[in-house]
Ligand binder design. Structure first.
Ligand code: SF4
Length: 210
């Protein structure tokens, strides 16, 4: 397979064309160790988008985002507030190829991969973006504050009306089993209740505009 080593112009391409390019991408060293490119998954367009860090072993094997233990927890978290992950959430990562040993993606890797993410946001056209974990917050918001400080707060994506909320990464929640009031799992549930309310508002406004 011919691999791309120069950044192509994605601005006028369709979702399928961009995914096809990403699957042949070698813009950063992660191409050398990946099995499958994990481009993204979910309805397009979609009002709600979640951006995580990078694929893990299960994702690398299946070519789909959030399908391992953390992904199963994510599905349950959405279910707990009445959001159907498969029908109502588009999911992608800051890098499309698995970092070896699940290390945090390097700056040069997230930078090389950013045009894909930017194109996904343009085409998916979400009204709400959830940033799961610190690397996603750094890439999208340029914010490097601890997750404990910024989770549950609303931000805007650049100069658009897209609302952004940082949330704890499900992998972190797997390591923090307590459901006590104030624990990360409990806080995430509060965040998701707010996200569900915001999503319902988006849907109501769309209904009124019809
Ligand atoms: S992580 Fe992104 S930029 Fe790097 S090779 Fe994979 S698709 Fe290309």
């Amino acid at each position: 397979m011919d691999l791309f080593k120069k950044s192509p112009d994605l601005s006028k391409l369709s979702y399928a064309q961009i995914e096809d390019i990403a699957k042949k991408c070698a813009l950063c060293d992660l191409a050398k160790t990946r099995n499958k490119v994990v481009f993204g998954n979910g309805p397009v367009p979609c009002d709600l988008m979640l951006i995580g860090e990078g694929p893990g072993a299960d994702e690398d094997e299946q070519g789909l985002p959030f399908v391992g233990r953390a992904g199963q927890l994510l599905t349950k978290i959405f279910e707990s507030v009445g959001i159907d992950r498969n029908k109502e959430v588009y999911i992608a990562n800051t890098v499309k190829c698995r970092p070896p040993e699940n290390r945090t993606p390097k700056d040069e890797e997230t930078k090389a991969c950013f045009p894909y993410l930017e194109a996904q946001i343009r085409i998916v056209a979400p009204k709400i973006i959830l940033l799961a974990g610190a690397p996603a917050c750094k890439v999208i918001l340029g914010n490097e504050e601890p997750m404990s400080k910024i989770r549950g707060k609303w931000f805007k994506y650049k100069d658009t009306d897209i609302s952004i909320m940082p949330v704890f990464h499900p992998s972190y929640l797997l390591r923090s089993p307590s459901k006590e009031k104030g624990a990360p799992k409990w806080l995430t549930w509060q965040d998701m209740i707010e996200v569900k309310n915001a999503l319902d508002c988006v849907k109501k406004v769309k209904e009124l505009e019809k």
